[in-house]
Design a protein around this ligand. Structure first.
Ligand code: DQA
Length: 138
C-alpha cells in the first residue's frame, strides 16, 4: 500500500504555530510515529506553502498511489485549483484537518476539497492523519 500525505501552507510550522489549536508536535515527529505504526505501508510525505506545487504533487502521485491524505490548510477554503485537481485524479483522497474547522471562523466552514474527496476527517488533532490512513484499510 502506497499512501502520500500532502500538507499545505503553514503546516511546516506545526509545533510552533498556535499550539493551543495545533499542538506542540512537529509533523516530522508525528510522521515517525505513523511510519512505525504503518510499517507495512509506504508513507510518502510532501509539504508546500505554494498552491501550484500542491496541484503538481496531486497530479504526480494521483494516478499511481493507493491513497492520498490531504490537508490543504488555508487553501481548503480558497482553492478551486486544488479542488479541481482532487476531482481530476484517480487516487482516492481523504481530506483531513487537525482542528474542527466548523467550530472556528465561518470562512473555515467552506471547503473546495470535500466534494471531490472520498472522505473527510477533522478535529482529532494529528490523530486525524492516523484515522485517514486507517480508512484505506477498511
Ligand atoms: C487546518 C485548518 C485550516 O482552516 C487552517 O487554515 C490550517 C490548518 C487544520 O488542519 O486544522 O492551516 O487545515
Amino acid at each position: 500500500m502506497r499512501i502520500c500525505i500532502i500538507n499545505g501552507p503553514n503546516l511546516n510550522l506545526l509545533g510552533k504555530r498556535e499550539p493551543e489549536i495545533y499542538g506542540n508536535q512537529t509533523f516530522e515527529q508525528y510522521l515517525k510515529l505513523l511510519q512505525d505504526k504503518f510499517a507495512d505501508c509506504e508513507l510518502e510525505y510532501f509539504q508546500s506553502n505554494i498552491e501550484g506545487e500542491i496541484i503538481n504533487k496531486l497530479q504526480e502521485v494521483g494516478f499511481s498511489a493507493d491513497g492520498i491524505v490531504l490537508n490543504a490548510a488555508a487553501y481548503t477554503h480558497t482553492s478551486v485549483g486544488i479542488g479541481d485537481a482532487v476531482r481530476g485524479i484517480e487516487t482516492p483522497v481523504i481530506e483531513v484537518h487537525i482542528s474542527n474547522t466548523f467550530s472556528r471562523e465561518v470562512f473555515r466552514h467552506q471547503s473546495f476539497i470535500s466534494g471531490g474527496a472520498s472522505g473527510v476527517i477533522l478535529g482529532f488533532g494529528l490523530k486525524s492523519y492516523d484515522l485517514a490512513i486507517q480508512s484505506f484499510f477498511v
